[in-house]
Design a protein around this ligand. Structure first.
Ligand SMILES: Nc1ncnc2c1ncn2[C@@H]1O[C@H](COP(=O)(O)OP(=O)(O)OP(=O)(O)O)[C@@H](O)[C@H]1O
Ligand SMILES: [Mg+2]
Length: 297
């Protein structure tokens, strides 16, 4: 299908959705929580989180991107922002989550990460409760995107398991594919109810993207009995690293580069997926997050 017919189809689908939604407007607004995770590090999670967030905002959504990375907090770096406060201050009880949110010129709000997050599992019950209560502040958004650190630590899993949707990012590298499988396996071990979606980043062509997604989806289905949906792919594009150096998200550089067009497709696809009835909102997120840690004790 060419680009134009793709867009036409999207427009039709969108129209249909609008009529559907407008007939049931009374429904309470819920926050859609999307966690972005990967097995291997450096596969493009943070860039995807920010650029998707910006395009969601361009579609009129209120978006918060939360950096839940424990090691290197870098959402703010990619945006060229030096935050005064971050999650560390929330965990320490010095600030509320709403007080550390930063408005960006790109139309999204961000929450800067903290290395102190690694301690979440060791927190006192009371402290953890304060943090979970703080999560309610996220409900002002239509969409919360949680950028996690690589791997399958408890912290990462707790965010992923509590979210409505988990986007697993892989590149075509065999090590990255194996590690993507690893994180899906960890989720299956926790009998995850989360919708798992796959994005293949840094592909040379559509054929390569298809090969990788088929492989992950087939193995996850066959060996783990886990359903993984193919959300799409992003081309290898030098604009990504250039924009990281310039600290300007690539969708803001131009909307016509290959990477931006791909991210736009991912966002449109997510907006077209009817998840209203499944979206649990912040209440469900907080509850799942809490019980996940409880079960560990
Ligand atoms: N589509 C792409 N095309 C070219 N380069 C890319 C692409 N996506 C990511 N990269 C490169 O990979 C680097 C790492 O990206 P990013 O920081 O988003 O990964 P990450 O998964 O968040 O890493 P970490 O696991 O350390 O948090 C980027 O700085 C960029 O150089
Ligand atoms: Mg990152």
């Amino acid at each position: 299908m060419d680009q134009a017919s793709n867009l036409r189809q999207l427009a039709v689908q969108k129209k249909k959705k609008i009529t559907l939604v407008s007939t049931s407007v009374k429904k309470e607004r819920t926050t859609r929580i999307i966690a972005i995770a990967s097995g291997k590090g450096g596969v493009g999670k943070t860039n995807l989180a920010i650029n998707m967030g910006i395009l969601f905002a361009k579609e009129g959504k209120k978006v918060i991107v939360m950096d839940a990375d424990l090691g290197l907090a870098n959402v703010n770096i990619i945006l060229g922002i030096i935050p005064k406060y971050n999650l560390y201050h929330v965990l320490k009880g010095q600030k509320k989550l709403s007080e550390i949110m930063i408005d960006t010129p790109q139309g999204i709000k961000i929450i800067a990460g903290a290395s102190g997050f690694a301690k979440l599992a060791d927190m006192e019950d009371a402290q953890r409760n304060v943090f979970i209560e703080n999560l309610a502040d996220l409900s002002e958004a239509d969409i919360v995107i949680i950028d996690t650190g690589a791997g399958v630590s408890r912290n990462v899993l707790s965010f992923v398991m509590a979210a409505d949707e988990a986007i697993i990012v892989t590149t075509p590298e065999p090590t990255s594919i194996t590690d993507a499988y690893g994180i899906i396996k960890s989720m299956s071990a926790e009998s995850s109810q989360v919708d798992i979606k796959l994005v293949v980043n840094r592909v040379r062509d559509i054929g390569e993207a298809r090969q990788v997604s088929d492989r992950v989806i087939n193995i996850a289905g066959q060996f783990l009995n886990m359903k993984v949906e193919n959300l799409g792919f992003v081309y290898e594009d030098e604009i990504v690293s250039k924009s990281v150096i310039k600290q300007k998200p690539f969708v803001m550089v131009s909307s016509r580069n290959r990477a931006s067009i791909c991210v736009d497709h991912l966002v449109k696809r997510l907006l077209n997926i009817q998840i209203e009835e499944k979206t649990g909102g912040m209440k469900k997120f907080m509850k799942s997050f809490f019980s996940f840690y409880k079960n560990e004790e």
